[in-house]
Design a protein around this ligand. Structure first.
Ligand SMILES: [Zn+2]
Length: 507
């Protein structure tokens, strides 16, 4: 997919043209930025705690790679904090409150503010709380006051709600899945914010919820109908009075009333915004039965057998129900058990989160054989461990036991075990452990749709519909108490798009 590089030119043009404007402010606007980004499966028994968050504070945010794009603006963006974690279970309440309190404290120290940029994900779930992002924005709004403009950037899999729309002034979401437009999306968000501040524009925000809820694996923008639906957005964004057009899949593994697809349009032309949102919502609804997996899917055993039988290599088998980048536990050994039972050979499996097994490998040392129990260490109720033995092949040079990773060979399977939850979706995730994924017959990863680096080498690509905290068998997800009726959970819904405006539009 092409990068939307025109935006970069546009952002500079918008800013350097400021000398022509009759409304040029007398001083530079004061803009703060910061936020929290995580995706939480409410079906996970795990809790995301403080030690799983990476928190950048003050100058650490400014110097972080993710935020270098802000340096192209002739205005300083003032950092607060940015907290991120690998997707997982709900955030422990105390952890959330602690991070929020520090964010607010840092925000308070920067007052008064004209603008606040919020780099978010949109699918956060906090213990005993609904609509956690709205809680975050409301707290920020209370501090910065009603006149400060709030602009948020979102993942395509974020969830929207009326309180969110009522609190923000503008929103931009990714337009690609796999997500290859992260920086472009953040730029849309900050361009829009600066443009509005410079020209004293109070944008109108509106949205259209769509009662369709799909996993990302069926709604990628790499194939239809996602491809054509999202491809329209850049042109719509250039229409008169339109500042941003975003269409979100939503996050399916959250049992919340706000879990749904949505169109969100920011602009200064409400009639045009309404027309665009209505049209896109109707198109999304009309396409609902077209959303399909983009790769061959099968049960765990079938996928393992097909990978063994494949005449080409590497067969890449995605263990989708336990994918940590979607909120899966990443500690399940179901696929490993099947590989061993089928006597699969020449396999690399990256990886299973198992701190005790990782520690045992470090204790034994490279070249040593040891008895192992692999898997089910984080959630012993969700899956069964595999009892086996293996030979340690590689130990990552890492002094912190919580960040260690080891490679152990078990009957022809090179298994990566890690002390912490993490994905192995880039080639470098393998090569840093001395593994070349292309040299194996079978590569197993905990993933949904394959990453931009693994997809091109998969030959073939197989997605196992495995059990887990993000099972793809969505209509059979347990205990949905809060979710509103949506397709495919309810097959015979009627729908006519309805537009809901932000309460701030009436100010
Ligand atoms: Zn996403």
């Amino acid at each position: 997919m092409h990068r939307r590089s025109f935006l970069k030119g546009a952002s500079l043009a918008v800013l350097t043209a400021s000398g022509d404007s009759a409304q040029t402010p007398a001083r530079d606007p004061r803009i703060a930025y910061g936020g929290i980004g995580i995706e939480c499966s409410t079906y996970s028994r795990l809790r995301t705690r403080m030690d799983e968050f990476t928190i950048l504070r003050g100058a650490e945010v400014t110097s972080n790679d993710r935020f270098q794009f802000l340096k192209r603006y002739p205005v300083a963006f003032l950092p607060t904090l940015v907290a991120t974690a690998v997707p997982g279970g709900p955030i422990e309440r105390k952890t959330y409150e602690t991070i929020k309190a520090e964010f607010l404290q840092r925000l308070q120290a920067l007052l008064p503010l004209d603008g606040l940029y919020l780099p978010m994900h949109g699918a956060m779930f906090v213990e005993d709380m609904q609509d956690a992002e709205a809680d975050w924005y409301l707290a920020a709004r209370k501090l910065v006051g009603p006149d400060c403009l709030l602009s948020a950037s979102y993942d395509l899999h974020g969830n929207i709600s009326q309180p969110i729309i009522d609190t923000l002034d503008m929103l931009s979401a990714f337009r690609t899945a796999p997500h290859i437009d992260r920086e472009e999306t953040m730029l849309r968000s900050t361009d829009m914010l600066l443009h509005c501040l410079r020209d004293k524009i109070r944008p109108a925000l509106l949205w259209a919820p769509i009662p369709v809820l799909m996993p990302g694996e069926r709604s990628s923008t790499e194939w239809e109908p996602g491809k054509r639906l999202w491809a329209q957005l850049p042109a719509l964004n250039r229409e008169p009075g339109i500042l941003d057009v975003s269409m979100l899949v939503g996050y399916v593994w959250a049992d919340e009333p706000r879990s749904t697809a949505a169109v969100v349009v920011t602009g200064t032309a409400p009639a045009n915004q309404r027309r665009i949102a209505t049209n896109l919502a109707q198109q999304y609804w009309d396409a609902r039965a077209e959303f399909k997996f983009g790769t061959e899917t099968c049960t765990v055993d079938e996928c393992v057998q097909r990978a063994i039988d494949a005449k080409t290599q590497p067969a890449i088998l995605a263990d989708s129900g336990d994918n940590p980048t979607g909120g899966g536990n990443s500690d399940q050994a179901t696929v490993l058990e099947s590989l061993l039972r089928h006597q699969a050979r020449n396999v690399v499996f990256a990886g299973i989160t198992d701190r005790p097994a990782t520690e045992a490998c470090y204790k034994a040392g490279v070249g040593k054989r040891l008895p192992l129990s692999i898997g089910a260490t984080l959630d012993p109720k969700a899956s069964q461990p595999v009892k086996t033995e293996g030979v340690v092949k590689f130990l990552l040079a890492e002094t912190n036991p919580a960040r260690r990773e080891a490679v152990v060979e078990i009957q022809g399977v090179m298994l990566v075990v890690s002390a912490y939850r993490r994905p192995y979706h880039d080639i470098q995730d393998f090569t840093r452990l001395g593994l070349d994924p292309k040299s194996f017959k079978i590569v197993v990863v905990k993933s949904g749709y394959l990453s931009p680096e693994l997809a091109p080498i998969a030959n073939p690509s197989l997605m196992a519909l495995s059990d887990g905290a993000i099972s793809q068998d969505i209509v059979h997800l347990p205990a949905n108490q809060y979710r509103r009726p949506s397709y495919p959970f309810v097959a015979d819904l009627n729908f006519t798009p309805k537009i809901y405006e932000s309460a701030r539009n009436r100010r």
